[in-house]
Design a protein around this ligand. Structure first.
Ligand SMILES: Nc1ncnc2c1ncn2[C@@H]1O[C@H](COP(=O)(O)OP(=O)(O)OP(=O)(O)O)[C@@H](O)[C@H]1O
Ligand SMILES: [Mg+2]
Length: 327
């Protein structure tokens, strides 16, 4: 059965599109009329991208464009009022789009609020990753700030601090909201679990609710930019995260279990939780909840649009990391 290009669940017969579940399509595109095939191909995208993204408020290394639904119900490139971001696979990283799509769904499966996303096709059939923007509600711009900005760091220094320090900044920026720090902790565990070594300070952002004029932030933005980077050659090795987990690592000090096994285990994550003043019981329950999701996550990988070798690497990392949460 064909997996839905939004949820990866099997598409029912008589769906409007053969590779999308109607219910998922409606949620992402607010109706069933939008054409999920773009009127341009990948080459045209890269010709347009440097020009069109100049005025765009979305930064990041990978080339991307803002899209909106036009009167003909097509996804059209736009300079302003974009509702979606299109991120095709870069030349150097084939199938990054299919990879990001599945990685985002694993975040959602762990109960992390995650940006709504799916795969659409270029005019030549190649798949591209599309994500709904979460920084606006109608015409209202939602105020958000990433943690590099929070630390007053330049973008190039996005790997400069540890997750421990990042978690403490989140606590400070939310005036001590433990639920937001817990959400952050869950995202760090997810990054480790799926082999994402690119969750740097610009890939974690805080948002204010539209009616909030105060200094403090309310919540993290939905999770974004999740990737099984471990499947690409750039990954710096097993056990790696974008940032140090704990501050001690700056001085070359690692936990005893890390010294023994050579990778992070449950012990290190519990130490992070402790340093972030998170209560032990909910943290234990979270770890258990994550462990119970192993087969659901592996099923997502299995049903994904990634090529087989990428699926294989991803599945083996998830299984290994699940084991690391045992001790
Ligand atoms: N769905 C979204 N809605 C609104 N803003 C978003 C969304 N997704 C990402 N962003 C913002 O756009 C920036 C760039 O997006 P993203 O991180 O996905 O791109 P990237 O080029 O892969 O980044 P990187 O530089 O980490 O490789 C993010 O740092 C975030 O601030
Ligand atoms: Mg990013």
């Amino acid at each position: 059965m064909t997996p839905c290009k939004i949820s990866l669940k099997p598409v029912k017969p008589n769906s409007k599109y053969p590779d999308y579940l109607d219910s998922e399509f409606r949620k992402l595109f607010s109706g069933l009329k939008v054409r999920p095939v773009l009127s341009f191909n990948r080459k045209d995208f890269f010709k347009q991208s440097p020009v069109k993204s100049r005025g765009m408020s979305i930064s990041g290394v990978q080339e991307k464009l803002s899209l909106k639904i036009n009167a003909k119900k097509e996804l059209e490139i736009t300079d302003s009022g974009g509702e979606y971001i299109l991120k095709p696979s870069p030349e150097a990283y084939p199938h990054a789009s299919e990879n990001e799509h599945c990685a985002m769904l694993t975040s959602q499966a762990l109960g992390i609020e995650t940006a709504s996303c799916g795969l659409v096709s270029f005019s030549d059939g190649e798949l591209a990753y599309l994500v709904k923007r979460f920084d606006r509600e109608g015409d209202t711009k939602i105020h958000q700030e990433d943690l590099a900005q929070g630390f007053s760091l330049e973008s190039k220094d996005k790997y400069a601090h540890s997750y421990e320090k990042a978690g403490n900044l989140i606590s400070f920026m939310t005036n001590g909201k433990a639920s937001v720090v817990f959400d952050f902790f869950c995202r760090v565990m997810h990054a480790y679990l799926i082999g994402n070594d690119d969750m740097h300070l610009k890939n974690i952002s805080l948002q204010k609710l539209p009616e909030n004029n105060r200094l403090y932030y309310d919540r993290l933005t939905p999770n974004y930019d999740c990737l099984f980077t471990v499947t690409f050659d750039t990954a710096s090795g097993p056990g790696c995260l974008a940032l140090d987990l704990l501050e001690d690592e700056k001085e070359g000090v690692f936990s005893k279990p890390y010294e023994t096994y050579g990778f992070y285990t449950k012990h290190d994550f519990k130490l992070l939780a402790y340093r972030l003043c998170l209560r032990e019981k909910p943290v234990e329950a979270l770890i258990q909840r994550i462990k119970n999701k192993e087969s659901a996550l592996l099923n997502l990988v299995h049903c994904s649009y990634m090529p087989d070798d990428m699926k294989k690497k991803t599945a083996s990392v998830i299984s290994e990391r699940m084991k690391a949460f045992d001790f």
